[in-house]
Design a protein around this ligand. Structure first.
Ligand SMILES: C[S@@+](CC[C@H](N)C(=O)[O-])C[C@H]1O[C@@H](n2cnc3c(N)ncnc32)[C@H](O)[C@@H]1O
Length: 448
């Protein structure tokens, strides 16, 4: 190859384009480089041009560049959607690089420009990544600095499907500690770097590197992981494993081939948003009141009620805010970053509260319920074994970097068959030891 082209959309001052030029400067087979930068912030355009010109002057290669001052998405969405008025032969580049803008855009025109990849509240960064892949030629390479949030979660499902069908991840770099990627900025998003090839061929493996300190890459650890372990399932989740132990967690869990809905149960999110329903909340019991369960009621694997918490009763006739008083596994939806476990659950048995036919759950807890009929006690206890084990907690951390437990992800996670889970529940009931350690011991027998 003698001539190559590179696209940097949202180029800012051009730091990435300049780094790219520096990188290829020493590649003897590259003679000519064509750089395209999109940038629509007038304040940085002069600096961008100055920087590119500087690189051009310093280089021994033939470098040409163009700065497109248009909106990267809105200037091309007709092409992306193959719509009338679009360019049927859009330009494709050999390389795409980028550090796209991160911004939730619920109402911006970009949010409706690419329906194929958007659902719910889109973020500009994955719209840029989709357009970037679109602008890449087949077998071309794309390197993107990107938040990790797209790797799981329902809002990113369509993006993942597009991105990982058209492209395949070859390398992921993780910054293991949060908020330290950019020293001077308070970047709340966890950031990763991905290298993606535009191809339909699934590679054997993905290289995952991680660095603990922020920006010098000095302490790199490297891992080669089978592709199908990293990108998995019909939801195209991306599992960001950082060491062999985490690879083993996935390997052990992938031996199970059922999901919660397959065995007839499902995780749902609590029904009542308390602050929107203040008028129906009560601090004490009264005629017709039902219990409203919060995460504070989940204690050491059990559900305790009442605990003299404010607003732990409610009086309502709204059907959507009530559920049958039957057996559930309650799982906290939010935990603090420093807490030992992401998955924290409590067994709720209807027989402990015979005075109620209905109950309610605050929307900051999740609950697992039978789809067609009530769960037996041994099933609830068996699910407890899974949700209180170290294996499942680690699995969930690998899948989702946030502190929120998301029902869609839990309902897609691999679990043993119904009979095995019930058997685990019977073992737990017999031992009367609800500890994480005991759950690990029980689960161990089913991991093969
Ligand atoms: C996160 S900054 C990255 C800048 C540079 N690539 C870097 O790594 O330092 C994203 C850049 O995208 C630009 N940008 C935002 N929306 C854009 C759009 N719709 N079209 C083109 N550029 C856009 C912003 O002005 C900003 O300079």
């Amino acid at each position: 190859m003698t001539k190559i082209s590179v696209l940097d959309a949202g180029a800012g001052s051009g730091i990435l384009a300049c780094a790219f030029l520096e990188r290829v400067e020493n590649l003897p087979f590259v003679e000519e480089i064509e750089v395209t930068c999109y940038e629509n912030d007038e304040n940085v355009l002069q600096l961008l041009e100055d920087n590119l010109r500087y690189c051009q002057q310093q280089s021994a290669k033939k470098i040409s560049f163009s700065i497109v001052k248009e909106n990267y998405i809105l200037s091309q969405y007709l092409d992306f959607n193959c719509m009338i008025g679009g360019n049927p032969n859009p330009k494709k580049d050999d390389f795409v690089i980028g550090n796209p803008p991160y911004m939730k855009i619920p109402k911006a025109p970009e949010s409706t420009a690419m329906p194929e990849v958007c659902y719910g509240a889109p973020n500009l960064y994955f719209i840029f990544a989709s357009m970037g892949l679109f602008n890449l030629r087949d077998e071309g390479q794309m390197v993107y600095i990107i938040p990790r949030s797209w790797t799981s979660g329902a809002y990113f499902r369509r993006f993942r499907e597009y991105f990982l069908t058209q492209g395949k991840i070859e390398h992921i770099h993780l910054f293991v500690s949060r908020n330290k990627v950019f020293d001077k900025e308070d970047v709340l998003q966890e950031t990763i770097i991905i290298k993606v090839r535009k191809t339909v061929n699934v590679p054997q493996s993905v290289t995952i590197t991680s660095s603990k300190s922020n920006n010098d890459f000095g302490d790199l650890t490297s891992l080669i992981v089978p592709y199908n372990l990293v990108v998995s399932g019909k939801d195209y989740y991306v599992y960001l494993v950082t060491n062999e132990e985490e690879v083993q967690v996935l390997e052990r869990l992938y031996k199970f081939d059922k999901t919660l809905p397959d065995i007839g149960v499902k995780m749902k999110t609590g029904l009542t948003v308390d602050f929107r329903n203040r008028d129906i909340l009560r601090n004490t019991e009264e005629e017709g009141a039902i219990p409203l369960f919060y995460s504070q009621h989940i204690k050491q694997g059990r559900v305790q009620f009442p605990i003299q918490r404010e607003h732990e009763y409610m009086v309502t006739d709204q059907k959507g805010l009530m559920q049958e008083n039957r057996n559930y596994l309650f799982v906290k939806r939010f935990t603090a970053k420093e807490e030992h476990r992401r998955l924290q659950c409590g067994v709720y048995l209807a027989k402990n509260y015979p005075q109620y036919t209905k109950i309610s759950t605050q929307n900051k807890i999740n609950f697992i319920d039978g789809l067609l009929c009530e769960m037996s006690e041994c099933l609830v206890y068996g699910l407890y074994v899974l949700f209180n084990s170290t294996l499942y907690d680690e699995y969930y951390r690998i899948l989702n970097g946030s502190t929120q437990v998301n029902s869609t992800e839990i309902n897609a996670m691999p679990v043993p068959d119904l009979e095995s889970i019930q058997e685990m529940g019977r073992k737990l009931m017999k031992s009367k030891d609800f500890s994480e350690n005991n759950c690990n011991l029980i689960l161990e027998g089913y991991c093969g």
